[in-house]
Write a protein of this length. Sequence first.
Length: 507
Amino acid sequence: MLFLQQLNVHAQNEGTSTGTKWISSQGEELSSYSPVDGKLIGSVRTTDKVGYEAVVQAAQGAFAEWRKWPAPRRGEVVRQIGEVLREKKQPLGELVSYEMGKSLQEGLGEVQEMIDICDFAVGLSRQLHGLTMHSERPGHRMYEQWHPLGIVGIISAFNFPVAVWSWNTMLAWVCGDVCIWKPSEKTPLCSIACQNIITEVFARNGVPEGVCGLVNGGRELGEWMSADARIPLVSATGSTRMGKAVGAAVGSRLGRSILELGGNNAIIISKDADLDMALIGALFGAVGTAGQRCTTTRRLIIHKDVYEQFTGKLVKAYGQLRIGNPLDQHNHVGPLIDKDAVTSYLAAIEKCKAEGGKFIVEGGALEGDGFESGCYVKPCVAEASNSFQIVQHETFAPILYLMKYDTIEEALSYQNGVPQGLSSAIMTLNLREAEQFLSAAGSDCGIANVNIGTSGAEIGGAFGGEKETGGGRESGSDAWKAYMRRQTNTINYSNSLPLAQGIKFDL
Ligand code: UN1
């Protein structure tokens, strides 16, 4: 495959690197099979304890140097990474699509998110600013500054195998941090491709060895990182179960974590909605990336007056979906990541039926020509109740649950009535309803949209959510502050030493 050559990804790869140097390890071999056709793409040697130590120690050494580089100079390195990503957009998008299974359009879109965050980070490198305050004491000045934090551990998920890493890393680098990345064990080759891109840029800029560490492997690596006091910040994206384990381990040593976990995202479709627009938002939200985005639309809360009309349109649209090889641009829906995901999808359908759900678009696994990998499933739609256990749970698959409402208060209670709080949307042309949805008494999610679906957030905003979604924010706005330490400085330029709060301490 040409894209593998273009990205310098081999049949067998070391999975451990300190930046520009690959470290040979005694770890097991991790094979990566494509969900597209079930074929072996290549393998990666996992990181053993010795390799992990080498990466952490290189990172510690590198931090001592990197934090002294002026931030705009670090930004210049990130700018060059953005340039290489532009050159490599096509092959990297193809690898993402082939290893993860999302459509080529979405694979390319993911690389575009990487390019965009590089641009954002370059600008940010000149804007890492703090506030100044007026001191209560004469002849005193008070201000705050933001310093680099140290090593940032990044645990990323298979569904956005490259973009989510870059959101964290590009910001952390301009902030003066050094990073250690543990990618998903389901998409290890994407991490090799990214490391190769970085290596080229780091080598020509003389970036200290250790700024960009890579470790590959399973759960135990995440555990090592979470327990490691040399890593002040761990940013983890994935399931709520994983996030609770990471959050608890990092919290028990009073480290910091940024958690971006499960979503259970709903769109409220008002009787005052533009239904054609609502249809596009709901459809892309529910079946895009085969329902494997954190922001995937999992629930539609539809006003009773437009319920029949809207569900009619929805069923018709589902009938037109083409499922198949995601690298073929004619297809809308690719495979799930692996056969385990198919098993969870089938179990969720059974559970929904057992709880009383009624499928108006039937699901099922696909077999036969073009579906040999065993990972392709039919997107499906069920009428369900918000209180079903299965509806309260995030199943990473294209299953959409419908429910009916009468008042906006009822719709909001369904919207908020799940453990997760990532993304939410309302489709309405009614200003009062839209504002109520966005108000303090409205959606309780980290992302709340009007006349846009739940997925496809831009990098410029802070990304993340509340409740079991974990509370972390990544990407745009002032999310960078989580990657730095704040220092408050008070400077006395007077001839005396007055104490704060008017305290006298004379001898
Ligand atoms: C994720 O699914 O982990 O908003 C991230 C979106 C994408 C990012 C999703 N920009 O759908």
